[in-house]
Design a protein around this ligand. Structure first.
Ligand code: FVH
Length: 294
């Protein structure tokens, strides 16, 4: 598969949900000739008003440009949309920004290659209003050659971070980052539920929460080092056994305030299993051993 060495200043965007619309808008705002397609065609109209070309069919959208950016609900939808377009993908660069698993990305890289297309998978670490901003991160993996050619165009969407030629690596990074985010956000939700069980508002409490979470960031650095060294007993100032005893209080405090504890109980179970496996004197990071199923 040979792509031109100079990137074309044009792109096709397939999928005009909230995110696909933001991507197409960013291209248009930077003056790129942009062709769009969506299952529900009326979603293309605001983009057409900004200068986009609305393709009548997927095949037409694919044939219009070399760079094909796809952002649909899931990978099944991507196959459903692209597969009937036959060999129109041949000679194109397919950049798939749909959320999926590493395994799905690897299979799609193979599928695209079989159709003569170069493939890059991407994980958007942003919500739609953040698209087109310099501080917005998008992780990419797959064809390095194609990435090098089209990076200047992809930079229009946000800062590009290439993580490797294995197409599965972008979703691996994406999901790992999202796990960190959901852990933080779900912790905040439990904290808000608990604090507001008395006459304190979430916003009154917020500065304390933010300061506390920021103060604990050093422990994330410490845990990363412990995990990489597979040594959970160095730099321990708050041993796991002590934390597990305190954690019982967290659960009983929530219960006595009439709250659901479904969100926080699993960590208690993991801590107890790590302690049972001999990590009572270790850091909380030893829980990673149980997550890895020891
Ligand atoms: N929005 C966000 O905050 C996140 C940020 C990180 C990345 N995600 C992922 O991006 C993918 C698309 O997300 P979205 O926000 O654009 O999602 P929707 O607004 O729900 O749009 C879904 C699009 O998929 C089309 N679609 C769904 N099913 C089919 C189908 N069977 N055949 C053809 N197209 C289909 C849908 O079309 P329509 O309903 O407008 O006709 C939209 O174009 C996603 O992977 C996120 O995880 C977003």
């Amino acid at each position: 598969m040979q792509l031109v060495k100079q990137p074309q200043q044009s792109a096709t965007v397939i999928g005009l949900g909230d995110m696909g619309t933001a991507l197409a808008t960013a291209f248009l705002q930077k003056g790129l000739s942009t062709t769009v397609w969506n299952r529900s065609p009326q979603k293309a109209e605001p983009l057409v008003a900004q200068g986009a070309v609305k393709a009548a069919t997927v095949a037409e959208a694919l044939q219009a440009n070399q760079l094909i950016v796809v952002c649909l609900l899931n990978y099944d939808t991507v196959y459903e949309v692209l597969d009937p377009a036959g060999d129109s993908l041949s000679g194109r660069l397919l950049v798939n920004l749909t959320n999926g698993t590493p395994e799905q990305a690897r299979a799609m890289a193979q599928w695209a290659g079989d159709r003569g297309a170069a493939y890059i998978d991407g994980g958007i670490m942003a919500i739609p209003p953040m698209i087109g901003k310099r501080e917005t991160l998008i992780v990419y993996s797959g064809s390095k050659e194609a990435f090098n050619i089209y990076q200047p165009v992809l930079e229009v969407l946000g800062a590009c971070h290439f993580v490797g030629e294995d197409a599965g690596l972008a979703p691996l990074h994406d999901i790992s980052l999202l796990m960190g985010m959901y852990g933080m956000l779900s912790g905040a939700l439990q904290a808000f539920a608990l604090i507001t069980s008395e006459k304190i508002t979430a916003q009154q409490f917020l500065p304390l929460l933010i300061n506390w979470v920021n103060a604990m960031m050093g422990e994330v650095h410490n845990m990363a080092e412990q995990v990489d060294k597979d040594d959970y007993f160095t730099n321990v100032v708050s041993n796991l056994k002590m934390q597990a005893v305190a954690y019982e209080n967290f659960i009983s405090a929530c219960r006595s305030q009439g709250l659901n504890t479904d969100l926080i109980q699993p960590l208690q179970q993991l801590m107890n299993r790590a302690i049972a496996a001999g990590y009572g004197g270790a850091h909380l990071s030893a829980v990673v051993k149980v997550i890895r199923k020891l």
